[in-house]
Design a protein around this ligand. Structure first.
Ligand SMILES: [Zn+2]
Length: 173
């Protein structure tokens, strides 16, 4: 299987160069909506390793530095999201992990991961509540102009995910 971002991967648009404006993001959403879906899609076996429930690990809060103990798979979820976030290029994005922090939550953490986006020309950042690592993969693929979404070994047309992409960008029609 070719790497997701190889030069000959099918694209609906060229990769983003520089920070896009809202209008450019809207134009890009339109281009994806109007594009032909890719013809060949891989379907693979499920390949997730399931971490054992009794192992624990501390989540280290990037906001306040407090540690909160979780089953390991919960911390792996956050780690996966951080790794996927680094692949989002062209937009200023951050994760708000306070929902995983016992101190920032002041009580029972709701284990909610929020995405904070800074769009050019906007003073206030946008906030999208309750994101998954998969959402960050969608954003990275969209900004790279890739026509396919890759989920493990499974591929689907990126345009099938337009409603979620619009929510993630705060650009719903
Ligand atoms: Zn905290």
């Amino acid at each position: 299987m070719q790497p997701p971002d190889s030069p000959d991967a099918p694209r609906f648009a060229p990769p983003l160069s520089g920070a896009p404006s809202r209008e450019e993001l809207r134009a890009r959403l339109r281009a994806l909506a109007l594009s032909e879906p890719p013809r060949e899609l891989a379907v693979g076996a499920c390949c997730y390793e399931v971490a054992s429930n009794d192992e624990t690990e501390d989540h280290l809060c990037p906001t306040c530095g407090a540690r909160t103990t979780y089953p390991r798979f919960t911390v792996e979820f956050v780690r996966e999201a951080r790794a996927r976030l680094r692949e989002v290029r062209g937009l200023r994005v951050e994760l708000d992990e306070r929902g995983f922090c016992g101190r920032c939550s002041r009580g029972e953490p709701d284990r909610r991961l929020d995405l904070v986006l800074h769009l050019p020309g906007e003073t206030a950042p946008r906030r999208v509540a309750d994101v998954q690592p998969r959402d960050l993969v969608l954003l990275a693929e969209f900004l790279s102009g890739l026509a396919k979404h890759r989920d493990g070994h499974d591929e689907s047309p990126l345009k099938d995910h337009l409603p979620r992409l619009r929510q993630l960008l705060g650009l719903e029609p």
